[in-house]
Design a protein around this ligand. Structure first.
Ligand code: COA
Length: 187
């Protein structure tokens, strides 16, 4: 198994998942506002399956979607992290950065703070040349996080998410990317 990476930011620990995170993760996955840009809320069983997939990423790569813990309260607030894109598209193979936070912790800069730590890990420890991120066209909050951390969109790379059926409201996606050279220049 590769060395397991955990990270740190000023207000957050980006750590491996613990048993006590599961209930809080299921709760945020059952919040229609959090899941507005996903096909549906997740059942408890589906939430557990997502954690299993995340754990499989860590076992295989040493990195994945880290559990976010607030240093001030110890609260689990969601995840942010990196993983190889799990479907085929014009921009693959690629490593993506992604995030999902419980609603009570939004608008406090946590997603972008965690994402900056994850980007630094990707470009330094993992030696990635670039990192991508994508979301449904209407998910403006997520796109604002992408821009806040220095990612840029080329509309020519917008794509239809292959896991969703033709005509599905969430199928049109935007693609953002950040190259290591641009990340280094922006530091
Ligand atoms: C997207 C999400 C992670 C943002 O988390 P957050 O911690 O509130 O984001 P931050 O506080 O770090 O904000 C980063 C930037 O995004 C902006 N932003 C956050 N929420 C926003 C919203 N709803 N609309 C517009 N801009 C928003 C912030 O103002 C900030 O911009 P700035 O740097 O120019 O000031 C959170 O809303 C979420 O978990 N959404 C549901 C899950 C989801 O959609 N995940 C992405 C799927 S691809």
């Amino acid at each position: 198994m590769p060395a397991q990476i955990e990270l740190d930011s000023p207000r957050l620990s980006l750590r491996r998942w613990r048993a006590e995170d599961h209930a809080a993760f299921a709760e945020l996955n059952d919040d229609p506002e959090v899941m507005r840009h996903f096909p549906a809320c997740l059942s408890r069983a589906e939430s557990e399956q997502q954690i299993e997939r995340i754990e499989a990423d860590f076992a295989r790569h040493g990195f994945g979607f880290w559990a976010l813990e607030r240093k001030d309260s110890g609260a689990f607030i969601g995840f942010t992290g990196l993983r190889p894109v799990a479907f085929d598209a014009g921009f693959c193979p690629a490593v993506e950065i992604a995030w999902r936070l419980a609603r009570s912790h939004w608008h406090q800069g946590f997603a972008s703070e965690a994402a900056r730590a994850a980007l630094a890990c990707g470009f330094t420890r993992l030696g990635l040349e670039q990192i991508v991120s994508f979301t449904a066209v209407d998910n403006l909050a997520s796109q604002q996080v992408m821009r806040a951390i220095g990612m840029q969109r080329d509309p020519a790379e917008d794509f239809e998410h292959p896991a969703l059926p033709a005509g599905h409201r969430l199928r049109p996606h935007v693609l953002y990317r950040l190259r290591r050279s641009d990340w280094e220049a922006g530091r």
